[in-house]
Design a protein around this ligand. Structure first.
Ligand code: PBG
Ligand code: ZN
Length: 334
């Protein structure tokens, strides 16, 4: 015996026979203008160096950016996220807050060539420090780790120089306590109160960042990032605390990273802060696993990539940072 709401009166398959009806029912749609493409910018000239662990991605010298931005604009992508690989690294990551730094040059080149393409800058020190950590180090007893409060001052200088170079959105990724407040204060003090902050509020200490560290030449030279990035096994509520603090300090948008293995976190944060724009980063390892399996013929690259991105969006992130942005834009066209 079935009640009125059950079988055979109710047959959910009725809504699945017609392709057009299946499309009626879609509430999650990918759009190219909500995808952000990461770009790796290095010193030098005429360089377009393939990154072996990130198929189809390159380290680019600044002179290569105009052609790259033309492609981004033609594809209708939502913007680019810039990472810099400096010529010289030191203990405090000086290149990152120099007005002649690699990222400052890159921002100026992008905005001069294609002012309508949105430029987001990754705000951190790990690509710029010789030890590869996300801020200057400090030893207290037997613990050597990033000096939180000394890092804040450097990040404040970094964002002001990005802003002077013309950046559109700042995306701090270092997981320092008080980071958003320090950055907001610096921007406001320098006359950039209109520039939004996309905070990597919820960033886990993840092995999925492996290929990125080759791409950005930013692997820590000793130890790991567990004393500042979040523990994947920590209570999911810790993510809500991180998000709440960043919002209180002035974050305009929140990011969860990685994305695919953290859909529960995206969903929790999105539900806890409705109306706050949410981004998620499909990180290097997520992308490369799909590429590698597809290269072996084990999975259908297009289908798996689209399914992965739809899942991220369905969980609650409307903005997705992905190395597959160009592929997806092309797929959505046909
Ligand atoms: C820098 C940063 C990292 C990523 C984005 N910003 C690396 C890290 O934290 O070690 C990873 C992105 C990716 O894997 O694609 N703090
Ligand atoms: Zn970092």
């Amino acid at each position: 015996m079935m009640n009125a709401s059950g079988f055979p009166q109710t047959r959910l398959r009725r809504l699945r026979y017609q392709p057009a009806i299946r499309r009626w029912l879609q509430t999650t749609r990918l759009a190219a203008d909500q995808l952000i493409l990461p770009l790796f910018v290095r010193h030098g000239n005429n360089i377009r160096q393939p990154i072996s662990s990130l198929p189809g991605q390159f380290q680019l010298s600044v002179d290569q950016l105009p052609a790259e931005l033309d492609r981004v604009q033609a594809a209708g992508l939502g913007g680019v996220l810039l990472f810099g690989i400096p010529a010289e690294k030191d203990a405090v990551g000086s290149d990152s807050f120099s007005d002649e730094g690699i990222i400052q040059q890159a921002i100026r080149a992008c905005k001069a060539h294609a002012p309508d393409v949105l430029v987001v800058s990754d705000v951190c020190l790990c690509e710029y420090t010789d030890h590869g950590h996300c801020g200057p180090l400090r030893t207290v007893g037997s613990l050597t780790t990033v000096d939180n409060d000394a890092t804040l001052g450097l990040l404040a200088r970094q964002v002001a120089s990005h802003a002077h170079a013309g950046v559109d959105v700042l995306a701090p990724s270092g997981m320092m306590d008080g980071m958003i407040g320090a950055i907001r204060g610096s921007l406001d003090g320098a006359g950039f109160s209109h520039l939004p902050i996309l905070s990597y509020a919820v960033k886990y200490a993840s092995a999925y960042y492996g290929p990125f560290r080759e791409a950005a030449e930013s692997a820590p030279q000793f130890g790991d990032r567990r004393s500042y990035q979040m523990d994947p096994a920590a209570a999911a509520d810790q993510a809500l605390r991180e998000a709440e603090l960043d919002l209180a300090e002035g974050a305009d948008m929140l990011m969860v990273k990685p994305a695919g293995a953290y859909l529960d976190i995206i969903s929790r944060v999105a539900q806890r802060f409705p109306g706050v724009p949410m981004a998620a980063y499909q990180v290097s390892g997520e992308f490369s696993m799909i590429k590698a399996a597809a290269e072996r013929g084990w999975i259908d690259e297009r289908a798996v990539m689209l399914e992965s991105l739809v899942a991220i969006k369905r969980a609650g992130a409307q903005i997705i940072i992905t190395y597959a942005a160009h592929d997806v834009a092309a797929w959505l066209q046909n």
